[in-house]
Design a protein around this ligand. Sequence first.
Ligand code: SAM
Length: 218
Amino acid sequence: MSEGLERLIGEIKKHGFLKSKPLEEAIRKCPRGLFVPEDRKEDAYLDEPVHIGFGQTVSQPSTVVLMTEALKVEKGQNVLEVGTGSGWQSAILGVLVGEKGKIYTTERLKALIRIAKDNLNRIGAKNIEVIEGDGSLGLKDKAPFDRIIVTAAVRFVPGPLLEQLKIGGFAIAPVGDMVSQEMILIKRVEKNKFERKFLGRFAFVPLLGEYGFSEGSV
Ligand code: SAM
């Protein structure tokens, strides 16, 4: 397992995605092999999305790294993830914020919540709360957030998420249609002023829900 993990880390570094040492260490502490189903273990350390059941995937490692690097997560921060899936992204964020930080991650599928909780328990994560519900609404009672990461495709960044972002905070989301999206990094500069940076094209599964795609359109 660790041979595959080291090969993957080397590959992502070589391609210029992985730059920061704390993120590299976080990836080592959260081996992706622990977050994919039994029959997909051999694909865990390929730089590819892996099916986790229920029509969902754990994102490609280089994409997870690109999004995480862009967010510049710091120790002690309050972070929201929308789209828990396997729990791998939240596990990495949990290491980066450290024991004084907190990750809230939302998922709409009960079956994935059970799986993600098991996966997170296996790596001993203590600062991550998995919450069932429509993540497009954010989590008003846990806001404001220093960082928000949306790991499913949205047509636009949901308004409630922007409202729940701290001034000076960053949010990242793949924005587009059901086929392809532009990765957008947003900085909340002032209450009503947001700066946007475009980070390339990606293909994510859709975010459903009130501010996401409607179930009928999928
Ligand atoms: N971050 C995940 C990981 O590390 O494995 C991968 C996320 S997967 C690409 C997208 C996830 O978003 C799926 O698990 C899907 O069920 C979830 N999702 C879709 N719509 C949602 C919504 N409205 N609220 C919360 N989660 C949602």
